[in-house]
Design a protein around this ligand. Structure first.
Ligand SMILES: [Zn+2]
Length: 325
């Protein structure tokens, strides 16, 4: 199946811009898809390329049935290139290979498009090598740069592209998108709403958080209820083993937030509604300093750069909770 604009949700402004380019037939040589990770930028870039290549595009983009659409769906359309770094950064040899490819005659009379992702991880040499192509792309050629953090893209690159802005989505929209994904099958409504609420408006991040929520909520409930130094150290150790993905502190943050709300009599808005009874019981037994202090302490740990400092901070957090810090 080819990607269409119908599958990009909640990014009306970006899609309207892209449609305008398609309708005018005057697509710039360089487009910068800019915004948070996981909000639909690459999906939109793919939908745009499909619509460019399609011989009979409609309101939502590619038709899905013409020869070019079928070729694209098979993954073998030579006018569509996707450049991803082999290592952490896009390097100059990868950009040179792209330029060489683009210097050859195009396969068909259709436009040619290369999606570079992520364009915010490019060595300065690679970025410099790309400048001239961005300035004067071969006829009918478009470079689509997908960047999660535009501040990391060289200003000379940014200034040569038309920016397509993407924004964080409302938690409700993230929840709806998440609920429709096959990966969310079997997850409870509470978990989906929680992941959406903690995702910062990014369906991609919500998807990363989701599987960890279920496992970690139970563990954290018992850790918060009966903190012991030994358990704290053991748990902080698992941090080292399990890596530090964005969702690691999502569960405890949501629990501490709920406890803080409940203990101040504002329990109407808690996130973990399925654990309300247990949370109410726990809220009535606050540690020294109260649950709000716990929530703020966890929030500051969550904002720390990755381990090992974070693991130590987490140990310190538990010792504090236990009252022996
Ligand atoms: Zn088509």
């Amino acid at each position: 199946m080819v990607e269409t604009f119908a599958s990009v949700r909640g990014q009306e402004r970006a899609i309207a811009l892209l449609r305008r380019y398609l309708a005018s037939g005057a697509t710039p040589g360089g487009l910068l898809f800019a915004g948070e990770e996981g909000v639909g930028k690459e999906k939109a870039a793919r939908a745009f390329v499909s619509a460019l290549l399609c011989r009979a595009p409609g309101a939502f983009g590619a038709c899905g049935a013409c020869p070019d659409c079928r070729l694209l769906a098979s993954g073998g359309h030579p006018n569509h290139l996707r450049i991803v770094p082999e290592t952490h950064f896009l390097r100059i040899d990868e950009i040179r290979a792209l330029k060489e490819e683009l210097s050859l005659k195009a396969f068909s009379d259709r436009p040619r498009a290369a999606i570079l992702v992520p364009a915010d991880r490019m060595t300065p040499q690679a970025a410099n090598a790309l400048l001239k192509t961005l300035e004067e792309p071969p006829p009918g050629t478009h470079l689509l740069l997908v960047a999660h953090r535009v501040s990391q893209v060289m200003p000379t690159i940014v200034s040569r592209c038309q920016r397509i802005p993407f924004f964080p989505l409302p938690a409700e929209t993230v929840g709806e998108i998440l609920a429709d994904l096959p990966e969310a099958e079997g997850r409870s409504g509470v978990e989906i709403r929680l992941a959406a609420a903690l995702s910062g408006g990014s369906p991609g991040r919500a998807l990363a958080i989701l599987p960890e929520l279920a496992d970690e909520r139970g563990t954290w409930m018992s850790l918060l209820a009966k903190p012991s130094p030994r358990e704290a150290i053991a748990f902080a150790e698992t941090w080292k083993a399990g890596g530090d993905s964005p969702g690691r502190l999502a569960a405890p943050l949501s629990l501490a937030r709920d406890l803080s709300l409940l203990s101040s009599g504002e329990g109407a808005d808690i996130m973990n509604v399925d654990l309300r009874d247990a949370l109410e019981a726990l809220a009535a037994r606050p540690p020294a300093g109260g649950w709000d202090t716990v929530f703020r302490a966890l929030l500051s740990v969550s904002r720390m750069p990755p381990q090992p400092q974070k693991r130590l901070a987490l140990e310190a957090f538990f010792f504090g909770l236990h009252g022996k810090g």
